[in-house]
Design a protein around this ligand. Structure first.
Ligand code: ARG
Length: 275
């Protein structure tokens, strides 16, 4: 591994020199990358760089010490271990993750963000095998009379920008001609804050994040309804990065086979649904 660190330092020096004599900044980025012993290319030598969008507990969020932890983090740690490098996490808006922009620009090697595999996203990202099943859910403050989307006529409904939950709600509003004011929040924390302070009458997001919120804030919020959207999460790599994708899939498969997946599931999600 020291070999690769040496390579990187040399590249940085070269890039600095180039800048000093007139600025060939465009070349600098590629030169800071590396390759693992097993031949997997990395955007930054000596680490597996992961893009995510915080917070999205229980998949990724900061613990009390500020460290990013969660179900996705634990699974990608297995990929990093296979590559013999540590995982480094970059927090960045979901839009750039799902559009492929962050992977394409070399911001990260892999995206792990509780991200649903969709046909549209498959055009711009290469997804791993599915690693988690999810549905959408409608959350309300405890004791609210709102039970269905129809009950939200004339009211405000929170969604998270750029997510499948937002897409699902916009489609339902259109299809059923619902008179709901859909309010889009930039991240889960803002959406949950809006719900708990009654700025919206209800909020839609993936069921496991509501379950986690209810665990952390007992008695405040409840799930009023579920929508079986049949979603599956996948990790994503830049289109064409077959080497890394293979490693990700092997890590997931090995974790499923040896019980590690179940342990991570029990730690972050809870009891596993019968399958
Ligand atoms: N599963 C949903 C989607 O793919 C929401 C993901 C949001 N994830 C995040 N880390 N902010 O659209």
């Amino acid at each position: 591994m020291s070999k690769f660190i040496f390579v990187r330092k040399t590249a940085v020096l070269a890039a600095t020199a180039a800048l000093a004599i007139g600025g060939v900044a465009g070349c600098a980025k590629e030169d800071t990358g590396g390759t693992t012993e097993s031949g997997v290319p990395l955007v930054k030598a000596g680490a597996l760089t992961t893009c995510t969008h915080l917070p999205y507990a229980p998949f990724q969020s900061k613990d009390q010490s500020g460290k990013v932890v969660g179900f996705d983090v634990a699974l990608i740690d297995l990929v990093a271990a296979k590559l013999n490098v540590p995982q480094e996490i970059v927090d960045t808006p979901f839009e750039g993750i799902k559009s492929g922009a962050d992977l394409n620009s070399g911001k990260c090697d892999v995206a792990a963000a509780g991200m649903t595999i969709t046909d549209e996203r498959k055009k711009v990202l290469d997804f791993s095998e599915p690693y988690f099943d999810a549905t959408q859910a409608l959350a309300v403050v405890a004791g609210s009379p709102v039970k269905t989307l129809e009950d939200l006529a004339g009211k405000r409904l929170g969604v998270q920008g750029g997510t499948t939950g937002e897409e699902y709600i916009n489609a339902q509003v259109k299809e059923k001609g619902l008179k709901i004011e859909v309010v889009s929040y930039k991240d889960l924390a803002a959406e949950q804050q809006a719900l708990s302070t009654n700025q919206v009458a209800a909020a839609v997001n993936d069921l496991p994040v509501w379950n986690e919120y209810i665990k952390a804030n007992p008695g405040k919020v409840e799930v009023a309804a579920g929508f079986d959207t049949g979603e599956q999460y996948g990790f994503a790599v830049k289109k064409g990065n077959a080497e890394l994708l293979k490693t990700v899939n092997e890590a997931i498969a090995a974790a499923r086979a040896d019980g590690t997946y179940d342990k991570i599931y029990a730690t972050w999600i809870g009891e596993k649904p019968a399958s």
